[in-house]
Each structure stands twice: as C-alpha cells, then as structure tokens.
Design a protein around this ligand. Sequence first.
Ligand code: ADP
Ligand code: MG
Length: 322
Amino acid sequence: MAKIYVIHENESWVEPLRSAFAEFRLPYEEWFLDRGTLDLGSVPPEGVFYNRMSASSHTRDHRYAAEYTGAVLAWLETQGRRVINNGRALQLEISKVAQYAALSTYGIRTPRTIAAVGREQIVAAARRLFEDQDGGAFITKHNRAGKGLGVRLFHSVAALEEHVASDRFEPSVDGIMLLQQYIQAPEPFIVRVEFVGGKFLYAVRVDTSLGFELCPADACQIGDAFCPVGETAPQPPAPRFQIVEGFDHPILERYRRFLAGNGIGIAGIEFIVDRAGELYTYDVNTNTNYNSAAEAEAGLYGMRAIAAYLGEELAQLRARAA
Ligand SMILES: Nc1ncnc2c1ncn2[C@@H]1O[C@H](COP(=O)(O)OP(=O)(O)O)[C@@H](O)[C@H]1O
Ligand SMILES: [Mg+2]
C-alpha cells in the first residue's frame, strides 16, 4: 500500500509533522538518511516522497546526509516516484550560490554577492565588494549554511582580514564563503514567506534584533537566545515571530514561479527591505520549520498544511494506481 515517506535527519523538527499526520490519519514512514546503503538495482516502494533534508545537517554530526539524500533522490526520480522537493530542490538547499543564480532568472533581486574559496581570496573578494559599494558594510556567510552559519557583519576589510586569520574563523563545510552586501532594514526585521504545495501559506515577520540565527522551529527556541545580556534587560519582548495578517505583494507571483521551476513544493523564502524600499531575497529554505506561538496566534498551521498537501498527493497516486 502506497504511503508518505519523509526524508530527513532531525527528529525534533519532524515531531509537529508526526502530530499532523496522526490528526489526518495518514500512513507514513520516515527515512532518516544520515547513513545507509542504496542498492541501485532495487525498486523503491510506491508512495509520495517528501524530502526535508537540511543544509545544516552536517552540524548535527550528519556530515554526508545531504549527499546521501541526493543519491536517494536520483534513484527515486529515475524510477518515476513522486518527490516533493526533488534533487534540484536539494541542490538549492545546500548552495546559496545556486539559489541566487536561480532566483535571478525569475527576476528576483538578491544582495550583491561574491563567492570565494581560500582565505586570501576571501579577503580579496571583500576588498572588491567594499570598494564597489563605496565602503558600505558587508557580511560573510557560508554557501552551505542554515541557522546563520558564518554570518558576521563587517565595517572594514581590515576587520575581515583579522577575523579570517584568527581561530574564530569557521570555513563553510563546502569551502565556499560568500561576501555579501549588508542590507540595512530601517527596522530590525526580515520577512519569511511560507509556501506549501506551491501555494502561498503565510508571511511571518521575524525580529532580528537578537542576532542572525533565525530558525523558527520550537526545538531551536531553547538555549540562551532569549537571555537578556547585561544589566539593562529588555522590556517584556514582543514575540520574535509574528504572522503578518493579509500579506500580499507582487513578489509572491515571482516566488511561485521560481519554486515551480525548481522542483520545490514546500519552502520558506526570506527577504529584507532596505531603507529605499528595495526588496532583497537572500535565503530559500526547502527544509522549513514553523513557529508554534506565532501560528497559534494567527490560527494558521504549516505542518497541518503540509500533511494535508501530502495526503492529497497520496490520494491522487492511489487513484491512478486503482
Ligand atoms: N545581506 C544581508 N543583509 C543583512 N542581513 C542579512 C543578510 N543576509 C543574511 N542576513 C541576516 O542573517 C540571517 C541568516 O542569513 P541567511 O542567509 O538566512 O542564512 P541561513 O541559511 O544560515 O539562514 C538572516 O535571516 C538575516 O537576518
Ligand atoms: Mg535563513
């Protein structure tokens, strides 16, 4: 009997999805792909495969989970299986360069970015960017990232040079560091737009005043991220994640086309608007998570939407097989 298969490597992130499957009584199985064997002569089971492999999997001691998933997706796709967030989607998940290149073909503006491999090259790239933008601030980030890996703000090339030479410097797991134009928002927030089944679900506004790690999953909201630093503790903080009521913007149609053209059914796309009102898209998360407090407040639920969508896909598959 066909069922839903969820490809992942992080138990805590799929917990809310399990609840949604239970609620809709949908049959599913998880494939935890941190390691394993793949017999290329074997035939995959019938079903709908939902890939939610994460770019940051290597930080959970799953160094080759993304590569292994790529192999499994290639096998599934050549055998005609329905894959939500396919091999192409995975390529984008693990490379911001690939994301930016693909976004630009859909007329979506991204921040000016230079990719660099090698420490000297990183410094040279920073110098070029800094000169090109007349001394404006810039950031570093890892090409293969998630959870803000390698994101640091610099106001001078000298500061970057000193950082790159120091023990604090952390190279990207794929060796590619990005030097990127810093987009200064008039207020400290970014917007993350969620799509499920290729359709807009909601936009969530994320307060960035606490830093660059913006994972919305509940499992990521623990630790010291909320601990006030210093003596002047902030006033009772406004929620860090807030769903924007009735969000509508011409960018949504571009995102929709971009997702459809790149094998992505489910994703969260992040953008920042600068002082001049220009919108810059800078991150595509094919492995997306949702903030439960923000969802409860708005009465919208991403994991339920995913379960419902996968349930429809499964029903269609069964109808075709009958
Ligand atoms: N070009 C930029 N200008 C200003 N802030 C940025 C820029 N790029 C990233 N950020 C901040 O850093 C966070 C993490 O960067 P992002 O590209 O989303 O990487 P990740 O894939 O690790 O989430 C963003 O959510 C945003 O707050
Ligand atoms: Mg991000």
